[in-house]
Design a protein around this ligand. Structure first.
Ligand code: ADP
Ligand code: ASP
Ligand code: MG
Length: 533
């Protein structure tokens, strides 16, 4: 009976950029088809690119009595109908069309209500935002059916149960896992559920959302519930990069990182993955893979529990743009126990979340970084808590430095490696960048710095070139002919490539492989495990 073992399942999540239009959706269908050839597959989808932002903007406009929400609605309708036309015809198209028209009618009612009331509760806002994924899932399912798969759109509100913290609801794992497993137990072999990411519901059936970027979280929850073999997050970059590729030109994809490194990088601004998505995957030890829909042969990034050999001590650099740095200092703080407790206690009671803390060992001053949205509340809380000390002059008036940025330098390889901080600060000094505050967690996984916001991009580039200077000699190879000799050559270089990089500083990559019928290219290097597919 052993051969009745279930086929391993993959979760494939496609982000908004992977679903920009009908052509992109067809690329998605190819990726799903390849996965479904030897795996059970569950697909999770975001809203089409930009749609959630349009919904946020339409909600704001309606609440402000600004008529532009009506145009937004017309735009959404046109865009989804156009994709439906590009993907289906006949009765399949008609079903899609009537679904879109129905959804947009419901959305119009909601927005009109907000317009009349001139306000939008978090609950209503979640209902509005849910339409992005509710519109995209049926389109993707139709596209997959067009590619010959037995695909069915699934509204996650029927499976994922959360509390009613609208906007960032907390999952009730047991109930959700049960519903996910029961649903999948009822599917036919080969059936591909296409699940709406990001959205869920309370036990009472009210629509909730999991926080912006939350489709990654949906994928991870499904992975955990179904004990998937891997959770693949398909996006528009070839993996987690050494820095935000929009800011640092030389950023490169990291082949493998640990869950911890991903958490640190994504908390500090590398929003390529929604940070809470790590937890469900980690709980079951399921690897997360970040892959590029536009370049499916690129290996992407594999995220697992252990960090693997890394030629660099630092793994990646990320930043949080726009923070305020607050500083409390005074002679009356030196040697007095309980100051930090009172300070952070009053901030916690005011609901202020703290990004970074640093205290000089003289205890004369404590500084901390927070979001500018929290600064007014923090100031009020601290001035209230230390009213007496302020009055007596034991504590100086709170100092607020606005317009700062936090930079985080992350890597398991930084542990127990002396001399790293001096390289870091040396690099910044050479670029003429002043560091306002520094914090290092005792895990030594992350060193965080506060610098002036205007210096952020320069600092990222300076740190990147300090640690990842292209000392490695680049060798780019093209293979013409994939016969016996060509294939053998590829096979031999496969094990050679990581060795050459770590031992000889030679960065060898295949960028094109061709035979008389086909050409395969990959600017970042072709994945030699998959070139034959
Ligand atoms: P999706 O819609 O697929 O969920 P996102 O826009 O949420 O995609 O995340 C991908 C984007 O994250 C990339 O296009 C990239 O610009 C940005 N990004 C920021 N920092 C990094 C990083 N360190 N590595 C990769 N991408 C990053
Ligand atoms: N559509 C949602 C957002 O834009 C969720 C996601 O894309 O992950 O935030
Ligand atoms: Mg995302």
């Amino acid at each position: 009976m052993n051969d009745l073992k279930p086929i391993p399942r993959k979760i494939l999540k496609f982000g908004g950029t992977s679903l920009a239009n009908a052509d992109r959706m067809r690329q998605v269908a190819e990726i799903v088809r390849a996965a479904a050839s030897d795996h059970a597959v569950t697909v999770v989808v975001s809203a089409m690119g930009g749609v959630t932002n349009h919904l946020v903007e339409a909600t704001r406009a309606a609440a402000d009595r600004d008529d532009s929400w009506r145009e937004a609605l017309i735009g959404l309708r046109a865009r989804h109908l156009e994709v439906a036309e590009g993907l289906a015809e006949g009765p399949e198209y008609e079903a899609l069309e009537s679904g879109i028209v129905q959804s947009l009618g419901d959305l119009e009612d909601l927005l009109h209500g907000i317009f009349l009331l001139r306000e939008c509760s978090p609950r209503t806002r979640d209902s509005v935002l849910s339409f992005g994924e509710r519109l995209s899932a049926p389109l993707v399912a139709a596209c997959l059916r067009g590619a010959g798969l037995d695909a069915r759109a699934v509204d996650a509100r029927g499976l994922l149960v959360t509390d009613d913290a609208f906007g960032r609801a907390t999952l009730q794992s047991d109930a959700s896992h049960r519903a996910i497993r029961e649903y999948h137990a009822r599917t036919e072999p080969g059936e591909v559920p296409v699940v709406t990411g990001f959205i869920a519901a309370t036990l009472r059936g009210e629509t909730t959302t999991l926080g912006r970027g939350g489709s990654d979280f949906t994928a991870s929850i499904f992975g955990e519930a179904l004990d998937a073999q891997v959770i693949e997050l398909w996006t528009d970059v070839s993996g987690v990069m050494s820095a935000d590729p929009r800011l640092v030109e030389d950023a490169f994809p990291l082949p493998r990182i640990s869950y911890d490194e991903l958490m640190e990088l994504s908390h500090f601004g590398a929003r390529v993955v929604h940070p809470p998505s790590v937890h469900p995957a980690r709980r079951r030890g399921i690897p997360l893979a970040i892959r590029n829909t536009l370049d499916p042969t690129a290996p992407g990034t594999l995220i697992q529990s252990d960090s693997v050999d890394n030629p660099y001590p630092v793994r990646g650099i990320s930043s949080i743009h726009r923070v305020d740095l607050l500083r409390l200092e005074g002679d009356g703080m030196v040697g007095v126990p309980g100051i930090a407790m009172r300070l952070f206690g009053c901030l916690a009671r005011a609901g202020v979340s703290i990004i970074l803390i640093s205290q000089a060992s003289s205890e004369h001053s404590i500084c901390w970084a927070i979001s500018p949205d929290d600064t007014a509340a923090a100031q009020k809380a601290v001035e209230g808590e230390f009213e007496l000390e302020l009055g007596l002059g034991r504590v100086d008036p709170l100092i607020i430095d606005r317009g700062q940025s936090v930079i985080a330098v992350v890597g398991e390889g930084m542990r127990e490696r002396p001399g790293l901080a001096s390289r870091l600060f040396g690099g910044l000094a050479r670029a003429g960048i002043n560091v306002r505050a520094v914090a290092q967690g005792s895990s030594e996984l992350n060193i965080s710095l506060v610098i002036a916001g205007d210096d952020e991009v320069r600092a990222l580039r300076a740190i990147h070139s300090t640690f990842f200077a292209p000392t490695a000699r680049r060798v780019r190879l093209v293979l013409l002919g994939t016969g016996k000799v060509g294939s053998e050559l590829l096979e031999q270089t496969r094990s050679l490539i990581p060795k050459l990089l770590s031992e000889r500083d030679i960065d060898l990559r295949w960028v094109a492989i061709a035979n008389s019928r086909r050409l395969l290219t990959g600017a970042q290097g072709i994945n030699l495990d998959q070139w034959q597919d």
